[in-house]
Design a protein around this ligand. Structure first.
Ligand code: NAD
Length: 249
């Protein structure tokens, strides 16, 4: 039977690459995004994908979207909580509005989407894959809201795995390293780009496809005994300590 993935933030970047990989493997995909023009153009020539306009941070929109997805596809086998926003700034400059804007999408959105999808995932004994970040594993400057939201997603994944396991639902988390998407390029200055290259053992940014491969694996039956795991797809960044740039030079 054809499997159905629901991918949030599917209009571009990692979400779009994940959508395309699912389609290549014979899945069908519910593409969710709040950027209507981007979603229209991204989904236009994708056979097997259906677009749904939804802001995952707004409870009423989430509540309205899940029945629409189920009406169209009849089932959901995997939920990919990928939609995210980035806003880098010093703690003193991060006012409550900026903090909430990051939390609303990155944390509330994952909570709301997963809660709303549980009945369908119980039926399919399906999987949740949450997209956090290396910024949720390692602290750095300017990421008070972003890094904290992603660390919370890591903990939320473990909560989901523990509670939803008895329904046969798996929940795992992918922590991407830097990828040249619109989100990253808006907050990565040239200094940050250079520093990442230096500090990453593989010495480069990742591609959207490399992150998608890990997401799709965790969503698939190949990972049928894997739940509650946090997987960094980060070129080794999470493993490094001091000294790598010095050795390199
Ligand atoms: P992107 O900006 O290219 O794409 C994000 C998509 O999510 C956009 O289409 C946007 O419209 C959508 N979106 C944002 N908020 C939404 C909301 N509330 N409701 C519905 N849709 C929403 O970003 P990306 O780099 O592909 O990021 C995807 C995920 O990967 C994010 O969770 C991000 O935090 C994470 N991530 C990215 C990087 C990186 O370097 N690019 C690194 C680590 C983690």
């Amino acid at each position: 039977m054809t499997k159905i993935a629901l991918v949030t933030g599917a209009a571009r970047g990692i979400g779009l690459a994940t959508t395309k990989l699912f389609l290549e493997l014979g899945w069908q995909v519910a593409m969710i995004d709040r950027d209507l023009p981007a979603l229209d153009s991204a989904s236009a020539d994708l056979t097997g994908a259906q677009k749904f306009y939804c802001d995952v941070s707004i409870p009423a929109e989430v509540e309205a979207t899940l029945p629409a997805v189920l009406k169209h596809f009849g089932q959901i086998d995997a939920l990919i909580n990928n939609a995210g926003v980035a806003d880098f700034g010093p703690i003193e400059d991060t006012n409550f509005t900026r903090w909430r804007t990051v939390m609303e999408t990155n944390l509330d959105g994952v909570f709301l989407m997963t809660q709303a999808t549980i009945p369908a995932l119980r039926q399919s004994r399906g999987a949740v894959v949450n997209i956090a970040s290396i910024s949720g594993l390692r602290a750095s400057t300017l990421r008070v809201a972003y890094g904290t939201s992603k660390a919370a997603v890591i903990q939320l994944t473990k909560q989901q795995a523990v509670e939803l396991g008895e329904y046969g639902i798996r929940a795992n988390c992918v922590c991407p390293g830097p990828v040249r998407t619109k989100l990253a390029m808006a907050v990565h200055t040239q200094d940050i780009i250079d520093a990442y290259h230096d500090a990453i053992p593989l010495n480069r940014y990742g591609s959207e496809r490399e992150i998608a491969e890990v997401i799709v694996f965790l969503a698939s039956d190949k990972a049928s005994y894997v739940t509650g795991q946090i997987i960094a797809a980060d070129g080794g960044f999470d493993s490094t300590g001091v000294g790598l740039p010095a050795l390199r030079h």
